[in-house]
Design a protein around this ligand. Sequence first.
Ligand code: FES
Length: 521
Amino acid sequence: MNFNRYSLFKNPPKSYWIDSVEFTKYPSLEENIKVDIAIIGGGLAGIQIAYQLSHANLNIAVFEANLIGHGTTGYTTGKITSQHNIIYSKIKDLFGMELAQQYANANESAIREIKKIIDENNIDCDYTQESAFVFAQKEENLEKIQEEIDTASSLGISASYVKDIPFDIPNVGAVKFDNQAHFHPLKYLTSLARIINEKGVQIFEKTRIVDIEENNTYILTTSQGKTINAEKVIIASHYPFYNKHGMYYSRIYTSRSYIIGIKAQEKYPGGMYINVEDPPRSLRCVNTGIGELILVVGENHKTGQGEDMNKHYNALINFAEDVFTIEDIPYRWSTQDCMTLDGVPYIGYYTSNTPNLFVATGFQKWGMTNSTVASLIIRDLILNGESPWQDVFNPSRKTTLESTKKFITVNTDVAKHLIRGKIKPIEKEIDLSNEEAQIIEIDGNKVGAYKDENGKLHFVNTTCTHMGCELNWNNAEKSWDCPCHGSRFSYKGEILNGPAVKPLNFSEDVNTVEKLLKEDF
Ligand code: FES
């Protein structure tokens, strides 16, 4: 295995989407303000919710901790599909046909809504209509394909069986959905942001909301100490950080997956593909200034678990080399998604007792359409008091209880993993090569040490600032990752992914490391 000829490992991971648009420059919040609606999170969900509400006469503000679209949206594959692997037969079995119909109608509407928004606003975002395929590699999974075709068809989706897919990948057949699409998610999002900003929606970047207080209205506080007084609040910031209601920390887990962008000698035959089996493998193509870039995606695992994260990139390269004649691999990046345990997002009222607090999360790796569904449901709940699809996505649905029980089982794995981590020998001496990390023990407490490419050491307190789990090192992304709810931190302690809202205590001086442990999370 010699991957040195490819350029991807010469640079840190970078997303093609982020690399191919200009960075936005919205201001940070510098004063206390009062709004009708505060939207936390400037990804596709937050910006589209603001778009849908911008037609009403409301004072709206969006707050993004980083730059808009630089969270999950900037690391997606940009597939606009109502085909979410095998989903309709699962929802039919779990919730019944009526709610499966809601899910189908919502996601088919989302595809049409994105196209309508693009057309009405002349958005240039490389929108391309494509078919989407789920293929089975094992005979025993063919039945799932057939069941999905039957269920999707009876829900009004144009779904059909195809015997083969146009790649040299062993498969026994596939379900094909017509009239699906893909686009450049950041060209779409940044255009939409400009449009709503011109219509009066305020957008604040580098403005992290760290606290929510409830009185008659909501008072949000930013990490810079500014406050926002809001009548209604929508939490669309990926993993919800607000723990007063809903126990979201007990019913969402995060899953990481990996993407490589390859240039191949073969012409891509069109279409979007994903397999039924594990490990997942998914394909789509982007037409770029450097020709066709084929996105090869897969290798799911829970955040903060696993030993050598580079093995996931290597596995994708091996797969890609089997299927294509690769000229180069200019891009690689990873991403993180919120997963609910019944497989359906949480979109709607934060709880049944919070009529002015909303949530949109758990998009299950299908964020383009599910975030659009969120924008339509939350618009309808706020403006009309009801949505035709509110039941299937209801965050307080009955299966939540079941999900919570299942989460405890999932967390048992996490606990085991943590225990395994704890009984590994923990070095008391720092013995690191450049670009390596280790956990050292000081008076029974743990400190993470990372030596950068220039030999400089960086220390962090490895207790997660969200709810206190122990962080693990991610050698592919050079980050400290939490196995409990997926918070991630740079080696300097900065937040890369929530739900944590507070950075890690950090030091570059070995003599002050003990101080890192003194402050509470
Ligand atoms: Fe919850 Fe780390 S993300 S404890």
